[in-house]
Design a protein around this ligand. Structure first.
Ligand code: GDP
Ligand code: MG
Length: 177
């Protein structure tokens, strides 16, 4: 019985935000199912996906929410953010415009959720080296100024995807345990 009890010990809601087409749905697909969609449309988004993780023998469930494309219409609702304890704020390193939107996403996050939500700034599509428009140093500097974790990822080649989600979940776990 105690094992069953442990299974429900921790459930963390984590939201993915950022401009359309930065790779949010593919980061989640890569993390939760090790899948990638080369020509994905917003339709592949699911409402949320639950992923089990282990920290010091404790089972933690990360419930990761995807916008399913509603950000295109600037209609990410307050329900989306409600109860979130973690956030991945994502831009595309090959499109500067998506980096310039980060401030707006952080404002929205802080309007709709707790100020203490554990947040990582994610520069996705690090595989697109030739097309890079935002340097690693710029991403790092913004993260430092805003007090965020920072990582560059690629949902395509998998680099840092698990690490980015784990950074958030581990920090939440450390704060709450
Ligand atoms: P979302 O709108 O933020 O959910 O973005 P999607 O996950 O739907 O991705 C938008 C497009 O970018 C799709 O064509 C993906 O295949 C592509 N994409 C996503 N992540 C990466 C990545 O890390 N590298 C590259 N090269 N393309 C990516
Ligand atoms: Mg999507």
């Amino acid at each position: 019985y105690s094992e069953e009890d442990n299974a429900d010990d921790y459930l963390f809601k984590i939201v993915l935000i950022g401009d359309s087409a930065v790779g949010k749905s593919n980061l989640l697909a890569r993390f939760a199912r090790d899948e990638f969609y080369p020509n994905s449309k917003s339709t592949i988004g699911v409402e949320f996906q639950t992923q089990k993780m282990d920290f010091d023998g404790k089972e933690v469930k990360a419930q990761i929410w995807d916008t399913a494309g509603q950000e295109r219409f600037r209609a990410v609702t307050s329900a989306y953010y409600r109860g979130a304890v973690g956030a991945l704020v994502v831009y595309d390193i090959s499109r500067r415009q998506t980096f310039e939107s980060i401030g707006r996403w952080l404002n929205e996050l802080h309007t709709h959720s707790d100020m203490n939500v554990v947040t990582i700034l994610v520069g996705n599509k690090s595989d697109l080296k030739e097309a890079r428009e935002v340097t690693t140093a710029e991403g790092k500097a913004l993260a430092e100024a805003q007090g965020l974790f920072f990582m560059e990822t690629s949902a395509l080649d998998s680099s840092n995807v698990t690490a980015a989600f784990e950074t958030v979940v581990k920090e939440i776990y450390n704060i709450l345990s």
